[in-house]
Ligand binder design. Sequence first.
Ligand code: NAP
Ligand code: HSE
Length: 428
Amino acid sequence: MSDQPLKVALLGCGVVGSQVARLLDEHADDMAARVGAPLTLVGALVRDASKPRDGVRDELLVTDPEVLWERSPDIVVELMGGIEPARTLLLEAMARGASVVTANKALLAQDGAALHDAAAEHHVDLAFEASVAGAIPLLRPLKESLAGDRVLRVLGIVNGTTNYILTRMDEAGADYADALREAQELGYAEADPTADVEGHDAAAKAAILAGLAFHSRVTLDDVACQGISGVTASDVEAARAMGHVIKLLAVAESTDGGTAIGVRVNPAMVPRTHPLASVREAFNAVFVEAEAAGDLMFYGRGAGGAPTASAVLGDLVALARNRVLGARDPGESTYAALPISDPGRATARHYLSIDVDDRAGVLARVASCFAEHGVSIETLRQDGRGDDAVLVVVTHAAAGDDISATVAALRGVDAVRDVPTVMQVIGD
Ligand code: NAP
Ligand code: HSE
């Protein structure tokens, strides 16, 4: 054991940062033994140093980053969130020779390349386990444990807020607005829930997962994204009737015979027999399909101060060990440099609900719209409602563009009143 402590600085001491500070203190002896040197917190950058923070001594709170740099941290942990000043501060920390840990998915998905390049240039480590699915050990398994395998597909429930809302809609029959309000009251959803419910938070995580799984650079702009704000109680009921449940999925998959990556976020119907269907409330889970390993599932808490701090501290211990041993983590792996495939060409089974007039010949005209666009119908059910009816169609696997063309054609049929829902259906 070295007597020389490793100096740790926090950028941000809020929900996650304050738990990191608490656990660093409470687990100090164990961490020192695991690292081979004590870890000492030398400061925490905040906006308002007068705000009381349990377990963090006042003299550690600073509002000027220069004060932190003067304390020469060996490892800087960024838990501020947002793009700036987090990006500039992380680049500065690495330029000064510090290894860095961050949970900032927004920054990694938008400008991860700048961070990875700086880590390589300055021969330091960059670790970000907590940026996707909070406490769940997922990124190191993808990067290290599966380094000898080939990942085929990653399907993730990576946003707890939306999973909570969809769970309440499924289990309590709540409509979207009520379930969202409940999520806000419980502190899962923010007052402005846009980033969660429109899928932007999950899209940032999908970009990070896709990059790691397929050894390529993937950014937020590469992710086709649809959120859950359009999901209705009747969609949830229809899914239930089919033995499915609606989940917001982040999907990263190998396409075009392994020469490209498909990456998207969208609500999808998942069979109740699929392991992801049982992921309830605000929990996260990521299902990985790999060539040799087969199916793997990673499950746990995707958010919250202490759970997220657990993942941050795992990174911190790993990087501190590297410092003690004079080693480095494997850096970014982008050798495959795969392009992003056209999301419109991604194939999946689709569910469509179609409101029609209930009269002779309508079914044949509807069916011809599918046939004209090469979309094969797997099942079709009609629910009569007086003069009108709802046709519930599940297709065989079809490209998104062909489904969109079919929907456009259906909307041109005078007996079709509306096509309120089109949703992907995941296989068992
Ligand atoms: P938070 O509670 O809002 O804390 C942010 C901290 O950063 C606060 O201490 C704040 O200072 C400080 N800060 C923000 N802007 C600053 C600036 N310009 N200058 C100085 N200090 C600044 O955020 P959080 O929930 O802990 O999240 C931190 C990161 O973890 C984010 O990237 C988030 O996406 C990620 N993450 C969070 C969770 C979660 O469950 N919360 C889960 C996974 C990942 P003040 O306290 O003085 O305002
Ligand atoms: N808002 C996110 C969620 C927090 O609901 O999962 C973790 O990124």
